[in-house]
Design a protein around this ligand. Structure first.
Ligand code: PLP
Length: 422
């Protein structure tokens, strides 16, 4: 039996309607930007396996870091204990994060990083005796699938079944260049709801289909939030670690967020790890003689030493001249490709930031998020040996930084074929 057949007997996949979905591809090997399925077919991974993998599959340096740590101290509980990988990773992250970030809280994935950020913000005000219960989020946001993260997310069919059971979230439009609608809506929401926090994906809303918006607009929103003491949460789970061309999307801002969420590329796409970072002021609201003011949140694998050791090596790779040159190379090529396809009558809203490139493909067909047009596009790309996951009629690329020029040209070529064909 193939992996595909055995999978169908017991496995339940994410975001999948098993009655209608195509069978998942059995992948047996990955190297650099390439994946191979069980029939030996090769694919270029042009979305870094859901935006995690910047340095390529089966990266030797990360594997060595993992082996070294696994044979020295694979794991130890983080309640009452600490270890070198966590301490060193914390020191390293603090040195590259916006300068106001001082404290790190580890968890396992992007959703929990957001869950913790929201709990931190709510309890921050609880500890201070202030009545602030609402969270402000952007329309079409995606912050994850656990309850608080889901509440903050605005893609309705992801959360519809739970709508009556969610934390109170007020939504404002995502910023648009030249419009003050978001700022106005934020002011109104603050006046009406006295919120605890304002959460956003800085500069790029990923899951809705790579909606890119200007840093100046976000700076203004952060200023407005801060004037009213609202804690700002930058969810950099997708944008972190070079994706936008700088280490963090927040590096494009003049304002600094109070809390940040990191995961996805943190371990170079190897194993799950996440961190929620906070300012000293946030931490200080929990610092007390009173045990009840502590943050009662934790996960069994918090600050897993192996994950931390790999993350340290991943940051080392990110900072290498070679990787920075790769990012610049992809940025230049994306810009040229966007300019090249911009005039095509079926291409709308070509855009790029860092290694992210996206556009909408004009069609008279149904453009639902997981609709039939999207499925046909996806299947076409897979048949051409390129892993791209369109969102509705949005086609985007978010490649690993080590993708070669030839591989990137092949991705562009297949996209141009799709523009002609669909
Ligand atoms: C992917 C993502 C999350 C959720 O991360 P998981 O690891 O999938 O739980 C949260 N926020 C953003 C911006 C993301 O892109």
């Amino acid at each position: 039996m193939t992996l595909q057949e055995r999978d169908a007997r017991h496995l339940w996949h994410p975001y999948t309607q098993h009655q209608t979905a195509a069978k998942p591809l059995g992948i047996v090997r990955g190297k650099d930007a390439l994946l191979w399925d069980e029939d030996g077919k090769e694919y270029i991974d042009a979305i870094a396996s859901w935006w995690v993998n910047p340095f390529g599959h089966s990266n030797e340096a990360l594997a060595k870091a993992a082996y070294k740590q696994l044979t020295e101290l694979e794991h130890v509980l983080f309640g009452g204990f600490t270890h070198r990988p966590a301490v060193e990773l914390a020191e390293k992250l603090i040195s590259i994060l916006p300068s106001n970030q001082q404290k790190l809280f580890f968890s396992d994935n992007g959703s929990t990083a957001v869950e913790i950020a929201i709990k931190m913000a709510l309890q921050y005000f609880f500890n201070k005796g202030e009545q602030r219960f609402t969270v402000i989020a952007l329309e079409n946001a995606f912050h994850g699938d656990t309850f608080a993260a889901m509440a903050a997310s605005g893609i309705s069919f992801f959360t519809e079944a739970f709508a009556d059971h969610l934390l109170k979230v007020v939504r404002i439009p995502a910023p648009v260049a030249g419009s003050d609608a978001a700022a106005k809506a934020l002011r109104a929401a603050i006046a009406a709801h006295n919120p605890a926090a304002f959460i956003f994906e800085p500069l790029v809303q990923g899951a809705v289909g790579m909606n890119i918006y200007p840093a100046e607009s976000l700076d203004e929103l952060i200023r407005i939030a801060k004037e009213s003491g609202v804690l700002t949460i930058a969810d950099e789970v997708m944008t972190g670690f070079g994706r936008t061309g700088r280490t963090f999307a927040s590096n494009y801002l003049t304002e600094q967020p109070d809390i940040m969420c990191l995961s996805k590329a943190l371990t170079g796409g190897t194993i799950p790890l996440a961190v929620t970072t906070a300012t000293q002021a946030v931490f200080d609201a929990f610092y007390s003689e009173d045990i009840n003011k502590a943050l009662f949140h934790g996960h069994t694998y918090t600050a897993n030493p192996t994950g931390c050791a790999i993350a340290l090596e991943a940051i080392h790779l990110l900072e290498s001249e070679e990787m920075q040159a790769n990012i610049q190379r992809i940025m230049g090529r994306h810009k040229a490709f966007v300019a090249h396809i911009a005039q095509h009558p079926k291409v709308q809203n070509g855009r790029t930031l860092g290694v992210i490139m996206a556009f909408e493909l004009k069609t008279a067909e149904n453009t639902d998020y997981y609709g039939s047009f999207r499925d046909r596009l996806y299947n076409f790309f897979i048949s051409e040996g390129v892993l791209l996951r369109p969102v509705g009629n949005t086609i985007y690329i978010l490649p690993p930084y080590i993708i070669s020029d030839t591989q990137l040209s092949r991705v562009y070529e297949v996209i141009e074929k799709a523009i002609e064909r669909f």
